[in-house]
Every structure is written in structure tokens, then in C-alpha cells.
Design a protein around this ligand. Structure first.
Ligand SMILES: C=C(O[C@@H]1C=C(C(=O)O)C=C[C@H]1O)C(=O)O
Length: 97
């Protein structure tokens, strides 16, 4: 029996909801790790940001995005958005010392 368009939409949306949930958990794990990096940096007077590391990460993520058929410019934008928030946290951790 073939699906109706409404059933197809519901099925696809269930997949989207699962993926969104997975992204939230993955992001939470990433921030759990970067929080520890922020505390380490604050404890040892290290700078909040590391532009050369970020450059390497962007190059790697752009390559991965191309392989995955994802727009590399979008991957870079997403990374920069996340890193800006991480650096905000690191700066706040250093200021709190
Ligand atoms: C997490 C770090 O701090 C900053 C945040 C990064 C990130 O979120 O990937 C990368 C480099 C740094 O600007 C780090 O230095 O590794």
C-alpha cells in the first residue's frame, strides 16, 4: 500500500524530529567539553580564542561538508556561530577568576 502525501509528511517530520533531538544532545556534549577547556584556560591564563586552531577546524569541516554534499559555506557559518558562543563562555570564565 502506498503512503498518502500526509503520511509521507508525517514520516519525514518524525525523522527530522529525531535528527533535531540528536543534534541537541551532540551540541550539549560539545559544550560540556568546551566548558572544561574554558576552565583550563582560565586557570592557566591562556587566551580564550585560538584563531589558528579555528582555521584548521574550518578547513577540515569544509572538506567534510563537501564530502557529505552539505554547503561548505553553511558548515563554516554554523561553526563560527558555535565558536562565538564558546569564546563568550571562555571569556566569562576568565573574568570570573
Ligand atoms: C575549545 C577551544 O577554544 C576555542 C573554541 C574552539 C571550538 O569551539 O572548537 C576552538 C578554538 C578556540 O578558539 C580550544 O582552544 O580548543
Amino acid at each position: 500500500m502506498t503512503e498518502t502525501p500526509e503520511q509521507t509528511l508525517l514520516r519525514l517530520r518524525a525523522t527530522i524530529d529525531n535528527i533535531d533531538a540528536a543534534l541537541i544532545f551532540v551540541l550539549a556534549e560539545r559544550f560540556r567539553a568546551t566548558k572544561q577547556v574554558g576552565e583550563l584556560k582560565a586557570d592557566h591564563g591562556m587566551p580564550a580564542s585560538d584563531p589558528s586552531r579555528e582555521e584548521q577546524q574550518v578547513a577540515r569541516l569544509r572538506r567534510l561538508a563537501e564530502q557529505a554534499d552539505l554547503d561548505p559555506a553553511f558548515a563554516e557559518k554554523w561553526f563560527n556561530f558555535v565558536v562565538a558562543e564558546v569564546i563568550r563562555h571562555h571569556t566569562a570564565a576568565a573574568d570570573a577568576r
